[in-house]
Write a protein that binds this ligand. Structure first.
Ligand code: UDP
Ligand code: MG
Length: 164
């Protein structure tokens, strides 16, 4: 990591298959770049059962897991590692509540969706919410699942460089 300040950390974000299919990779990435987060790694990946079982280890036994795994395998995801101050907490603030219905319209999930989990359940639909972002404390574990060390990059942003 290019900064020794303790609060500067890396976190994992996945642009989920519904957002990739809707052409929102750029818009979503822009939200994080606009807030000043540094992209340290980025790649398109087709999720597998093995990756998802590790990634969602806290949810793997829950009733919604099978639908969640089907959703996450519907198409490729775009994984990224972002660096910044309190990155995990701040990025989840930008992403918004899990349910689009409850997410503030200024958040990604609130801006690009309106579905409620209850409606999706009753309608027998998969619940899709565009983005995953690590919870604080989970980010290093998740980065290791999705990225190899050589795929993560240390560089100075224009803002960090002393001279340009
Ligand atoms: N999810 C779902 N049904 C539920 C709860 C969660 O389909 O009842 C999915 C949803 O895609 C969510 C993911 O599982 O983003 C992980 O759930 P979590 O509670 O960790 O929400 P997040 O951290 O993504 O906001
Ligand atoms: Mg979660």
């Amino acid at each position: 990591m290019s900064n020794n300040v303790e609060q500067v950390e890396r976190t994992f974000v996945a642009v989920k298959p519904d957002a990739v299919k809707r052409g929102l990779v750029g818009e979503i990435t822009k939200r994080f770049e606009d807030a000043g987060f540094k992209i340290c790694g980025m790649k398109m990946v087709q999720a597998t059962d093995q990756l998802l079982e590790q990634h969602y280890e806290e949810h793997v036994d829950k009733p919604f897991y099978e639908g969640l795994a089907d959703y996450m395998k519907e198409g490729p995801i775009v994984g990224m590692v972002l660096e910044g101050v309190h990155a995990a907490e701040n990025i989840r603030k930008i992403v918004g509540d899990t349910s689009a219905k409850d997410a503030h319209p200024s958040t990604i999930r609130g801006q690009y969706g309106h579905m409620s989990m209850d409606y999706a359940d009753e309608a027998g639909r998969l619940y899709k919410n565009l983005v995953h972002a690590s919870e604080p404390g989970e980010q290093e574990r998740e980065i290791e699942i999705w990225f190899e060390e050589k795929e993560l990059h240390d560089y100075q942003t224009a803002h960090e460089e002393e001279t340009r």
